[in-house]
Unconditional design. Structure first.
Length: 272
């Protein structure tokens, strides 16, 4: 992709310069860091990769000379530019991950209530109902049986803990799929790993953007983990995709072999 513009700023709080688009906010001035139980300060250079108002990556070094800082900004631009589009979907993961974790906690509380005989589950039910899609509730209604009708009375409704636990499971599954979708997109946008795999050294995850990894986490480590998960998600689709392609889309086994490199024996094993 084309080079990302560098926007020089006066203070760290000025990193947001645009409402959309990729750019670098760069600053020469005082930097502060924690080390060995103390707080240290020095003159340095800092750069943030921004996507509109959202920081995607940050890097800083000690640099007493402004000219050296400007040269360093240029070097960092060259390093991060190939990865910029990859970071965009990864920056979307915090929301669904946190929502899935919160829903899992709600589901656990609901089931603990069943185990210990809590008198009220209203709070948990409200949380699940607020997060559920209408079709998820309808699907659970269709699959969770009601009790039999006795003496002409209406059927006994399903156990509420069983019912809302099933809804919570569907919500968690949907959120997990959202995470996997973002990981797959990031994988498709990743640059040539052999060419750029080492160039993220020193880059960190900005505060709040990648909250599941913690502030200051190594960007390279975070990206590597998410791309590996994206690869696993794509790889898990191989057999269903191969089956659909041959049986429904009428791709020949010979063509499937040419496109995938899979042996004829493997293809035959995959097909039901």
């Amino acid at each position: 992709m084309s080079a990302i513009e560098i926007v020089e700023i006066a203070a760290a709080g000025d990193i947001v310069q645009r409402d959309e688009g990729l750019y670098l906010s760069a600053r020469h001035g005082r930097i502060t860091w924690q080390e060995g139980g103390g707080t240290w300060q020095a003159t340095g250079a800092t750069v943030w990769l921004m996507d509109g108002r959202r920081p995607l990556a940050t890097h800083e070094i000690e640099s007493p000379n402004r000219v050296d800082s400007e040269a360093w900004w240029e070097n960092k631009r060259g390093q991060i530019t190939p990865w910029a589009r990859t970071l965009r979907p990864l920056a979307q993961l915090t929301g669904p991950r946190q929502a899935a974790e919160a829903m899992q906690r709600t589901k656990d509380r609901l089931q603990e209530g069943q185990q210990w005989g809590f008198s009220s589950i209203e709070e948990e039910v409200e949380e699940i109902e607020a997060a559920a899609l209408p079709e998820e509730i309808d699907a659970v209604r269709a699959e969770v049986p009601t009790g039999p009708s006795v003496l002409g009375l209406p059927p006994v409704p399903p156990d509420p803990i069983t019912f809302w636990s099933a809804v919570a499971r569907r919500i968690i599954s949907r959120l997990a799929k959202t995470v996997a979708d973002y990981q797959r997109v990031a994988l498709t946008l990743a640059p040539d790993i052999e060419a750029h795999g080492a160039d993220l050294s020193g880059w960190e995850c900005p505060r709040h953007t990648y909250g599941w990894h913690g502030d200051g986490a190594s960007l390279a480590t975070v990206v590597a983990q998410e791309l590996l998960a994206g690869w696993a998600a794509v790889n898990s689709l191989r057999d269903p995709l191969l089956t659909w392609s041959i049986q429904s889309a009428k791709v020949s086994k010979v063509r499937a072999h040419e496109l995938t490199g899979l042996s004829r024996t493997t293809i035959d094993r995959v097909l039901p």
